[in-house]
Design a binder for this molecule. Sequence first.
Ligand code: BGC
Length: 567
Amino acid sequence: MVNQPWWRNAVIYQVYVRSFADGNGDGAGDLFGLLDHLEYIASLGVDGIWLNPCYPSPQMDHGYDVSDYFDIEPAYGDLEIFDHLMMRANKLGLRILMDVVPNHCSDQHAWFTEAVAAGRGSRERERFWFREGQGVDGELPPNNWKAVFGGGAWSRITEPDGSPGQWYLHTFTPWQPDFNWLNEDVVDYFDRMLRFWFDRGVDGFRVDAVTVVGKHPDLPNAPDTPAGMTEMAAWASNPYTLFWPSAHDIWRHWREVIDQYERDNPIRELVTVAEAYTPGRPDLLLKFVEPDQFHQSFTFDLLLSPWNAQSFHKTAAKSYRSLHASGSSITWALNNHDVHRVVTRYGRTDAHLTSSWTGNNLVNSDASVDLEMGHRRARAAALLILGLPGAVYLYMGEELGLPEVLDIPDSARQDPIFARTEGREKGRDGCRVPMPWTSGSANLNGFSTSTSVEAWMPQPAGWGEMSVEVQEQLGDSMLNLYRQALQLRPRLVDEGKDIEFVGDGADGLFSFTRGSCAVIVNTSADFVEIPATLTDNRSVILESVQGATTNRDGSKLLAGNTAVWLG
Ligand code: BGC
């Protein structure tokens, strides 16, 4: 087989630093804690780590409001500890990806405070989108754009002389002013930033919110939206920023910077993975992974799909076919720090109904949850995602089968979505609850080095029962299933053959073959016969639960809500 870049089939473990391990005893995760647990990550059998933003930040959106792109958040460590972490990770065979946030920075970033101070018409203001307001005294925002996290997309500043001033654009929250990428200072700044971290050994970047970085330069009003539409839906129907094509010039430029870096440093193989939600539109996704742009883009349609074989066929198979034909590296995830954890999503009593699913199900749903069913399906989903060809991103705690914590008291919620929507949307805190490492509740189930500190986000009762310590002792734990699957995965990957999807899911099976191997997922509640074309000359490599397959009258049956790898 032709030598492929390391990232094409890589499995990357996502670390939400705040929630992974607290090594300095302040109740929030940090790089010291990560360093202490690197062996654990390596023991899973993954190829690398993606670190959510760990740059200095006021943490209004937990690091996605960066105040300095060239340093480490002091509460997490410093550059020295980061360098140490890089070295240790590399020794363990783990690559490190950082997270870059190009759309916006923090309102505490020096450029933004300088822009406010410098006044109208200044070069400093050109780096952002400052505009005069409408109305007699400029008291109305410059246009009708909505923010992703609720409310309007504009906030008004007070000018240095104390008068009510210009407005600035923020796609997310007022604490996250959008950069103006038509400005050369911004372009140069990020060129330097990419090289700065590559020079420290970073192997690539996950690139945040790429679909909103472009903006119509005149910032026209967005078309009116029907009354009653949620803030998020209203925002997503703004054609003057979402998928606005000017962003692609930036990604092409970044690719030149990266390709040049690789030519100058021939042993380096760098990767960028775009965060681009393009529901039902693989054609839009393709635009981000043209050969002169990102190396990868998450294929989120699988994550957005309900637990339904027909839907898996429509989403995974459709995405695969279009991305494969383009030669792009296909990249899957079922979890991340922005969506409800898969155990809970698939545990929702209506999770299997294609028609019942709404985007809300990912972050906000009232449907009742059957956690036992959710776990069973999540085990099967692990074999599904690790069986698919391409790269896979796992989110910390997924390997423990952690559920979404749904009952966080409102007073403890920190996600800006909660406050910005006045509680209408609960937000994403429930998938960011600190990891349980041990079963004892002292030290926050092993999360912290302190015995007296409170976690930045409370852990629910019984959290320690799902800890790493407990699951390491149980042969059939979720953790051991992930370990086994990761160990056996090369058998599928090494096939290097084109994938063939079998059937259309109407029988409840989502199935595909990879050369001599086959992956079969039964999303129905009942036993289903596996077609003989899939079982002939193949035996079981791995089942999502022991005994998932049984032989009856010369056929092989697969139990409801399970999966199997055959080969
Ligand atoms: C990140 C979120 C973040 C937002 C704003 C997203 O796509 O994944 O966690 O809140 O971008 O930066």
